[in-house]
Design a protein around this ligand. Structure first.
Ligand SMILES: [Zn+2]
Length: 299
């Protein structure tokens, strides 16, 4: 019976949609770093906007809400796979490894039809464009006289924004090597279960940073200097996408060893340590930049 359950679980795992995100921990770390760097006023209005969100998919605080977009994508609430088909492409930007073209990877940055909220925009769009759209939609920030419909849209925009700034900084969300973001490359290393290259960058290297999201965020936040903040908050989501792409190419793909006879990649301790450091930096930059976007006109 037990064997059957394990087989069933493996089957479910195999049928599950491909992961397109930092694991939960990575997103929670990004949200915690952002909270660390927000002014008290901006933090209060972020928390207040989420607090009366009736959506049941996640709890209504910024750290829990950081994984809402993944839960929403995988939820059957609007019909099986409907949310997945509508929003899954929004979690990444497929910049071709050898011929990166941002406009092409973003489907030409399709304009939202007038009056259409970003959460109802075209399915063929990229994480860069969605960050810009949701960030714009939060301005002006909803106040006491805002309609319930507008407030609900702002809550969705905020949850998508918190999540997507994280996704943009997962390097494998910003490159396309015709391997579904590294999901088709099998890797292994000493001391870890074999998995995909994508999973390693989503989770395995993140887990090496500390025991949980709160501990990791505390360690990373404490080492970020005011000069780091000033440097990282420069630029736009389009610049950050190009940086993430460069990081993916030079740190995730170029240093891969030749595959073995089964086509699997054996990662060296040097690759592992370098990648863990890069993941820490990406999480720090994402948190600081998310704080800048959320600060918006509160400053
Ligand atoms: Zn995602």
């Amino acid at each position: 019976m037990r064997g059957k359950c394990v087989a069933g679980a493996l089957l479910l795992w195999a049928l599950a949609p491909a992961a397109h995100a930092w694991g939960d921990t990575g997103h929670e770390v990004v949200a915690r770093i952002a909270l660390h760097f927000l002014s008290p006023g901006a933090r209060a209005r972020v928390e207040a906007l989420l607090a009366d969100d009736p959506d049941p998919l996640t709890a209504h605080d910024p750290v829990s809400a950081a994984v809402w977009a993944d839960r929403y994508r995988d939820s059957p609430e609007n019909g099986r796979r409907a949310n997945y088909q509508q929003t899954h492409a929004w979690h990444f930007v497929d910049l071709e490894r050898w011929h990166p073209d941002l406009a092409r990877a973003c489907h030409g940055f399709p304009a939202l039809p007038p009056g259409t909220p970003a959460s109802r925009g075209p399915a063929a769009d990229c994480v860069v464009d969605k960050i810009e759209q949701f960030n714009a939609e939060l301005k002006p920030w909803p106040g006491a006289d805002t309609s319930p419909e507008r407030r609900a849209e702002a809550q969705r925009a905020l949850k998508f924004l918190i999540h997507f700034v994280g996704d943009l900084h997962q390097p494998l969300h910003a490159i396309d090597d015709h391997d579904r973001g590294g999901n088709e490359k099998r890797v292994n290393m000493a001391g870890a279960h074999a998995g995909t290259l994508h999973h390693y960058w989503d989770d395995v290297f993140v887990q090496r940073l500390g025991p949980d999201d709160a501990a990791i965020a505390a360690t990373l936040s404490a080492r970020i200097t005011p000069a780091n903040v000033r440097a990282w908050q420069r630029g736009t989501p389009r610049d950050w996408a190009r940086e993430s792409f460069d990081t993916a190419r030079t740190q995730a793909y170029d240093p891969l060893p030749p595959p073995d006879e089964r086509g699997h990649y054996r990662l060296s301790p040097d690759y592992r340590d370098q990648a863990t450091g890069i993941v820490a930096l990406q999480l720090e930059e994402a948190g600081v930049r998310l704080a800048a976007l959320l600060e918006g006109d509160a400053r």
